[in-house]
Design a protein around this ligand. Structure first.
Ligand code: ATP
Length: 680
């Protein structure tokens, strides 16, 4: 019963059934979570709190879960926090009557705006006691701040922040204090409001843990209704499995939480399954170094080699007007509507791309067969040369506008290459073998030249034939091959997993150049010589998904044209901040500091010659430890490839992937060479 052990005295005995969930109670839980690194303890605090919400105020479970995950809605709703430092500082100053100068000085000293806010609030005499904050009010307040648009929106955001802050920290439980030098600032509401605004809760509460905690809370609730005090380990495990299976297919708390409350955990799987309108996190592939490695992995199994198209991942959802579905269709905000039905296109990270690709939505009825009434299709959109009738490089696709595109203005045409189908005519297909899914896909659509096609493939186990397919894919402007299992459980679609059952073979790996990494730009150095007006080199990091920190991995100054440097200066300089964020894990060495630090926003794809242990960079440090000579892993001779607009900073290459790449390289016997930073 490790996970549901009592967490001590209930800090909020006054919280009665039907009362709105006090925000202070949530912050107390946040503080407990923040104070431990032990996964089971985190889980216990989280589950116990959720259990209390379910028992006393179930109507508030959804906003509670959203605040815990640090997001106001599912990704496809397109509601983003991540408010800039300057607005937040202005709001703190105006709420607490302290000058901006002092707030900035505090920020210089403390380096954490949440704590700056907590300190500012705790020094402020309160004339009258405002009403304590509730979870629902905070969620609504944040939602307003995130969604205001139009003229005066900046000031209205500041006003929204002020409103929240002025009610914060008035209801600390007896004996609780906010001491910014102790317990990371304790349960301060101001601190957690600011962190939510920054879009980073930094609790060490990974989304996966939260899912387990919800499952445990709901399992405890279910057994309590049967008169049992606590659930058994088996029951907890069963609850977890049910929740995870549903969440994998329907990653939207908006849909799951109401169903959980209505049907209970044991009936969740029966009442909910994958559905068009809610994007799944896509399945991803593992890199391989050689065709031999593919053959080793898939020995004795049937597999297929598909072209790996170099464009943008697109998950296309469609429901015909006359589809006979047993649920109300959830429609993402930017849905395309036609005589046939409603459709959406979602990106790799579940953003709604429908406004970027009105041309695809317009033509969709021409390639969807008449009997096809609903589907979720996994595809790649690729720039297409209509005259020469072939695929164009990725760079062409990137020149397309991202929003409010008018179909008639489009210059770069795209062709959709479909490679998998996850749902068809009311039935989820993710748990069917790929061979069956592929047949279903071929039966549901018609190819239209230059507009819609199925991914090219060959089913072979012969090394020469695979090599030929690889060469042909490259000639056809593709990146290489995707090799996939065809039969059995191993060929099922695994949402959100980088799976061993999908292998990518890129020509670059074969040439020994290694895979590319997607890294976050954390800082920059002013240029010298010809580059004086811009930044000449940049400080990059990978993302540690467990500690939720960005870990520095290299400096880079190669691969940029002058025009690009000028452009990057314009996009990056507004993100400059006074000092590194508290969640940047970087070397404190005097010579290792970039001239400017940035808010984490941009992800760049970078190639490297190889990886090495470094005395200076922090990537994957927790895996390799610090033995005095090195701190983490870094890249040798990194080279810029492109900006990855389709990835958020949290989706950058993870520290674990960096560690995996390093180990893989070591295991094939590369020398350890000293880190070589890029020249600048
Ligand atoms: P990369 O930079 O290699 O695209 P990634 O992290 O975005 O890396 P991977 O899992 O490594 O994703 O590679 C799979 C990507 O390749 C998919 O996300 C998809 O966009 C693209 N792709 C192109 N053709 C195919 C195909 N036939 N099957 C699956 N994915 C394909």
């Amino acid at each position: 019963q490790t996970t549901l052990k009592s967490t001590g005295k209930d800090p909020y005995p006054d919280w009665k059934a039907g009362d709105p969930v006090p925000y202070a109670a949530l912050c107390t839980t946040f503080s407990k979570i923040e104070m431990t690194t032990k996964r089971l303890e985190i889980l216990a605090h989280c589950a116990a709190f959720l259990r209390q919400v379910v028992r006393l105020t179930p109507d508030d479970l959804l906003p509670t879960v959203h605040l815990m995950v640090g997001k106001l809605a599912a990704d496809y709703a397109g509601i983003e926090l991540g408010i800039g430092e300057s607005l937040i500082m202005k709001a703190i100053g105006e709420t607490t009557g302290r000058s901006l100068k002092i707030i900035k000085e505090d920020q210089q000293k403390i380096g954490d705006l949440g704590l700056v806010a907590a300190k500012s609030r705790s020094n402020q005499p309160t004339m009258f006691k405002p009403k304590p904050l509730t979870v629902r009010a905070v969620h609504e307040g944040l939602m307003k701040i995130a969604t205001v648009e139009g003229s005066g929106s900046q000031q209205r955001k500041v006003d929204g922040i002020k409103k929240l802050l002025s009610s914060a920290d008035v209801n600390l439980a007896k004996g609780q204090t906010v001491d910014i030098n102790k317990d990371k600032g304790g349960p301060s509401e101001s601190k957690f409001i600011i962190r939510a605004l920054e879009g980073k809760m930094r609790l060490g509460l990974a989304d996966k843990n939260l899912q387990v905690a919800i499952a445990h809370a709901m399992t405890a609730h279910a057994v309590a209704q049967d008169g049992k005090k606590i659930p058994s380990e088996d029951e907890l495990k069963k609850g977890e499995e049910i929740f995870k299976a549903v969440y994998n297919e329907l990653p939207a708390y908006e849909v799951i939480v109401p169903a959980l409350l209505e049907h209970g955990i044991w009936n969740l799987r029966k009442s909910l399954k994958l559905r068009p309108g809610v994007p799944l996190k896509p399945m991803l592939a593992k890199p391989t170094k050689s065709i031999g490695e593919v053959l080793d992995r898939f020995e004795g199994k049937d597999f297929t080699c598909e072209y790996k198209y170099d464009g943008e991942r697109a998950q296309i959802h469609f429901v015909a007007h006359d589809a006979d579905l047993d649920f109300a269709t959830t429609v993402a905000p930017e849905a395309g509507k036609s005589d046939r039905g409603i459709s959406n296109i979602f990106s790799r990270n579940s953003e709604d791309l429908s406004k970027k690709y009105p041309d695809i939505l317009q033509k969709l009825p021409t390639w969807v067969k008449k009997g096809t009434k609903s589907f979720v299709l996994d595809c790649e959109t690729v720039a297409w040369d209509t005259e020469k009738k072939h695929v164009l490089p990725f760079q062409q696709l990137m020149t397309r506008k991202k929003k409010d595109v008018k179909a008639e203005d489009i210059k770069v045409k795209v062709c959709v290459f479909a490679f998998d189908i996850l749902y068809l005519n009311g039935e989820a297909l993710v748990n069917k073998p790929f061979r069956e899914r592929r047949d279903a896909m071929y039966s549901a659509f018609d190819e239209v030249e230059g507009e819609f096609a199925f991914a090219q493939y060959g089913n072979t186990r012969e090394i020469e034939e695979i090599q030929t397919l690889l060469d042909e894919s490259i000639k056809a402007s593709c990146e290489g091959l995707m090799v996939k299992m065809l039969d059995g459980v191993e060929s099922h679609y695994e949402p959100s997993r980088r799976s061993q059952n999908w292998l990518k073979v890129k020509k670059d790996y074969l040439a020994g150049a290694g895979d590319s990494l997607d890294l976050v730009v954390l800082g920059a150095y002013y240029g010298k010589g010809k580059r004086t007006n811009w930044y000449g080199a940049f400080h990059l990091a990978c993302y540690n998904t467990s500690s939720e920190q960005y870990e520095t991995v290299c400096n880079i100054g190669t691969g940029f044209s002058e025009a690009l440097l000028a452009e990057l200066y314009d996009t990056l300089s507004p993100l400059a901040i006074d000092r590194a964020k508290p969640f940047y894990d970087h070397s404190s060495g005097k010579n290792d500091q970039p001239d400017v630090w940035f808010e984490p926003k941009y992800v760049w794809e970078v190639k490297t010659a190889d990886l090495t242990l470094s005395p200076r960079y922090r990537a994957a440090a927790s895996e390799f430890g610090s033995d005095g000579t090195h701190k983490g892993v870094s890249l040798r001779f990194p080279r810029f490839i492109r900006v990855r607009d389709d990835k958020k900073p949290e989706e950058a290459t993870s520290s674990r992937q960096v560690a995996e790449m390093y180990r893989k390289q070591e295991s094939v016997g590369k020398d350890k060479k000293p880190a070589v930073d890029d020249d600048f």
